[in-house]
Design a protein. Sequence first.
Length: 384
Amino acid sequence: MVTDETGRQAPEGAVEPPISGGPRSISLVVPTYQEGDSLPPLIKRLEGLRSAGWDLELLIVDDDSRDGTEKYIQSLNAPWIRLIIRQEERGLSTAVMRGLDEASHDILVVMDADLSHPPEAIPAFVQALEGGADFVVGSRYVPGGSTEDGWGYLRWVNSKVATVIARPFTRVKDPMSGFLGLRRQTLQQAEDLDPVGYKIGLELIVKCRCDNVAEVPIHFSTRRHGESKLTLKVQQDYLRHILRLARWKYPERSSFIPFAIVGAMGVGVYVALLAILVPLLSDSIGKSWTIAIAILLTMCFNFILDRKLAFWWSPRDQVAGQFLGFLAICSVPVLINFWVTSYFAVDDQMATPLAGVIGAAVGSVLGLVFNWTISRLLIFSRPR
Ligand code: GDD
Ligand code: MN
């Protein structure tokens, strides 16, 4: 990148020419929705790159903004600019994927339309890719990078929290960046791409298994035209995206941890049920039957939650069979629980709920690994 003697980024428009012999051809994908006012200044700055010798193809993927974008691009009549208008589909990540699919060059770069991302940093992206990086992001959080003043406290906290949540997937300092670069070859290595939500960069880093991610420092400018599309829904989608990535990258852990949490909750449910049911029922049907009913209800509770949270892949249409299988497998630790609870409670050696705690604790510890392993493999037929 062009920097001045203090190491700061060069002023707008200053561009390094390509090194002779290196690949000069770049496909730049810019997703747009209602960015009509941002496009003229963006294209002007991209022309700066072209005059410096970079062969640039621009693919604008617009979600039918109807804000004059189409007319404006037509009026330019520039062969290096392609406008793709999507009528049916919506969403940032799928728009980016569409642009990447239609790109013709080997070096692929994605950036926002609103000039938050400086196009003058693109040569540094190419340099990083040629230096062996398998992915590049424009980063606010490495030395030399910055964010324009005037970011509200809330937006800053938001960005930081989102970054911390992404930690289990990448060490990149600014994984939220939508300014990214990679080679076509890397993109082709992607497995199970699932472009939901806003953060296609994170999706690509994880699914293309990129270990060597370079961060090019950028100054992130505040948009001058139009509005941000970052809504509450986008933030919810992000959490859903993170959950999917966790299930993809760490399938075992993201099944076992919810299973253990549901198990612990089940102990609470079981003890509460005993506290409620014993005074109600034990005089009429006896303590053993009361304990058995509490156990059965608890197993229903665990089954419903486990099926949704721990065995999320389980087919929707086989609930009855799954429930019977779950009961059968649970019966081993449950019988142990039943026996332990009864042992302490039947002759009123101690209060039944307290005996339940001991019984459930013993049963849970034994059942945790045993139940999870068998349920996962046999009852909910784990994929892959
Ligand atoms: N085609 C299409 N469809 N484009 C969209 C859509 C959509 O549904 N939603 C947003 N875009 C485009 C916008 O027009 C813009 O060019 C770009 O995607 C980013 O949208 P902004 O609304 O400007 O996003 P932001 O500034 O809040 O969010 C950005 O946050 C990061 C850092 O905080 C991200 O998009 C990143 O790119 C950025 O680095
Ligand atoms: Mn923006």
